[in-house]
Design a protein. Structure first.
Lengths: 244, 167
């Protein structure tokens, strides 16, 4: 190994520190130093100088108690941070509990009590006086109580709300009993308003099994009666001796 | 949250003295050294999750401390440092006998150096950091570290030698 190169490599092979030279270079470097007394002397003097510098560099007195002071401050800071964290967590938990409690309380207070007698009575009213029950039901929804055609309440089945295009709307259903038939015809009268739907489509439409007819009444602007029926016409559902 | 209490104790116990000495050599002041050391530990504990390899805690702490120090002196334009442009890089002949170096005088000379020369010198001689580790600490190519070390060491020799002769 060239002497100048060996001198340069000295910095990477300091006594007392891990050598930074690859094993092969370290062996060549050691051989070069061993073979050249001048280089060995140079390495010795350089190591002595480096050692003296290292010793002087490390000769810094750490003030008495500095470490303990630092440790105490760090632990105190950690403790304060822990408390802040716990208080924040407790605050959040309390807020969540309060929120859940309020939600449950409000939900409980808003839930109606099931009245089994009223359920029986209301159904009985619908059986005994269906037209009156339907009128009361529609009026309760702020709609005209009467239907636009004279449907026969002897064929009344039920009333209530059903989804139509995703919106619950009042509906009255009439059925036509057909002995020995595999299915029965029905007509559903949905009562809707222009606050719920836009009426851009045709007033009548037909599919394979059903027909839709949309009716209006000048006395009730903004209200539409959507009649969906399975029979070709509504005639079978009308009151006797009454034509549409 | 950072380290558990035992972890903090272990970290401080293992590294406080060397970190303080590094801070002292960097700043030249006992008060600043204590503050820098304390802050470095504080930041290390807060960012403990960033330390993936616990065996590299020493280098990590030294890096945090140096960044903190650089942040503090960033706007300190009053500090006068010598230019090492005229100092050669080739290693001068080492003295025949190990020099008797006064640590206080050493600090005085270190304070004359720009931080970019002072830091590699301190790390190299005081904590036996390898060239690679110093390069990593300072985000510099290894060749630059070697060049700075050689020039800083030559300057150190020149400034410390007369004192020895005077003695």
């Amino acid at each position: 190994m060239d002497k100048n190169l060996a001198m340069a490599l000295l910095a990477f092979d300091r006594p007392g520190a891990a050598s930074e030279l690859p094993p092969a270079d370290r062996a060549a470097f050691a051989a070069a130093v061993a073979a050249d007394p001048g280089l060995a002397e140079y390495a010795r003097r350089r190591a002595a100088e480096d050692g003296a510098l290292s010793t002087a560099m490390a000769a810094v007195t750490v003030p008495a108690g500095a470490k303990a002071r630092a440790l105490n401050r760090l632990l105190a800071r950690r403790s304060a941070a822990l408390w802040r964290q716990r208080l924040t967590a407790a605050g959040l938990a309390a807020a969540v509990l309060l929120g859940v409690g309020l939600t449950l309380g409000v939900s409980h207070s808003l839930r109606p009590t099931l009245d089994s007698y009223a359920a029986a009575y209301d159904n009985e009213q619908a059986i005994e006086a269906p037209e009156m029950a339907v009128r009361a039901f529609l009026a309760g929804h702020g709609l005209p109580p009467g239907l636009p055609v004279e449907l026969d309440y002897a064929k009344y089945l039920e009333h209530g709300t059903q989804p139509l295009h995703g919106r619950d709307v009042p509906v009255v259903t009439f059925v036509l009993a057909q002995p020995n038939a595999s299915r029965f015809d029905y007509v559903k009268v949905y009562v809707v308003t222009d606050r719920q739907f836009k009426f851009d489509g045709p007033a009548a439409a037909q599919s394979s099994l059903c027909t839709t007819t949309v009716l209006t009444d000048p006395r009730s602007p903004g209200v539409r009666w959507v009649l969906v029926h399975t029979s070709p016409t509504l005639d079978a559902f009308l009151k006797p001796r009454t034509a549409l | 949250m950072g380290l558990a209490e035992a972890g903090i104790r272990d970290l401080v116990e293992a590294h406080y003295d060397s970190l303080y000495r590094y801070a002292f050599r960097l700043s030249g002041s006992a008060a600043d050294a204590e503050d820098l050391t304390q802050d470095a530990f504080g930041k290390a504990i807060a960012r403990h999750a960033q330390l993936r390899d616990p065996t590299k805690a020493r280098g990590w702490l030294f890096r945090i401390l140096r960044n903190d120090y650089l942040h503090r002196v960033r706007d300190d334009k009053r500090r006068k440092v010598v230019s090492l442009d005229s100092v050669g890089e080739l290693p001068a002949e080492p003295p025949d006998a190990p020099p008797d170096i006064d640590p206080a005088k050493l600090q005085e000379v270190l304070d004359e150096l720009d931080e970019s020369f002072r830091t590699p010198l301190i790390l190299f001689y005081f904590e036996d950091f390898s060239y690679r580790e110093i390069a990593d600490q300072m985000d510099l190519p290894m060749g630059t570290v070697m060049s700075r070390l050689a020039r800083a060491k030559a300057y150190l020799r020149g400034r410390l030698e007369p004192l020895k002769l005077d003695d």
